[in-house]
Design a protein around this ligand. Sequence first.
Ligand SMILES: [Ca+2]
Length: 346
Amino acid sequence: MLGALGVLGAVEVASMLGVSGTAGPAPHCAGGPLASATSEMVWVPGGAFEMGDPLEPGEAPSRSVETAGFWMDRTEVTNAQFARFVQATGYATEAERAQHEQASRAGVVSVFRQPESVLGREDTSQWWSINRDATWRKPAGHGSSIEGREAFPVVAVTHADASAYAQWLGRSLPTEIQWERAARLGATAGNVGIESVNRAGDKTAANTWQGLFPVLDAGTDGHAGVAPVGCYAPNEMGIHDLIGNVWELTQDVYRGSSQLGAMIASTTSAGAMSRSRAGEREVGAHVIKGGSYLCSEDFCARARAGSRQPLEDGMAAVHVGFRTVSVAPGQRSELGTSKSLVAVGQ
Ligand SMILES: [Ca+2]
């Protein structure tokens, strides 16, 4: 659509859409994010469900899968949580280690910069760029900071970084099946159409993009850009922001559009955490799920439970974070108490 229109700027788009400026804090987040909930995990019961969407290559066809129950973080991992991990372990992220290796491909961070205007939308370099100065401490590169953003999801971390955090807590990243089970079970706004829900004025569904991407982030859902965790209503499981805000890393290697069939054939009710992938070709990327604050109805449309994309190993991005899972309660808690585990919706 935009290609036919040629050059468009934010002012023209705002006029077309009848919106102006950026929105203030979402009313339901006015009291602050769920700081006490960021260390909590909730129980996601096992069972069979329909996985996949018929909307994009690689997401179809919908198939019946099954998983055992598991614990999942109530929110995306925050900057404050990741900082505690770094403080306790001295861990340096791949991007931080790459600061001194300019030729390194690992650890580079993709940074989004909202352009004032674009010439069509074929060339994504108009809004995406590789920033070798960006790290989780300064996600937009030189001059940026996470000061005052302790409750925001940590971003600009790679699959290895996220896995190291999870391992520190005795946990793991979710498998794709686990992640989609949690997203589909107890979804508040259905499995598709989150953008439509937001556009219709429901500010509680998910943090996505309203306005014409990439020139106008109207923020009518309460946030222009990324939001602190827990600002949007939880699903019936009590889990926030599975859809939207930031894409979330999984432990599953991405194998292309034919992956779903192989995944389903190898899955059993007890095997979701340990299924064998012997003989399958690895392409050096992992599956990310759920879309982000950059997902607009007219361009991305990936703010859905069934959406999936690859994130190349060693790569990080400002719109990709993660959360952790565990198959058993009582594992190490960052707060040193098993009370951080809360069963909801069994
Ligand atoms: Ca938004």
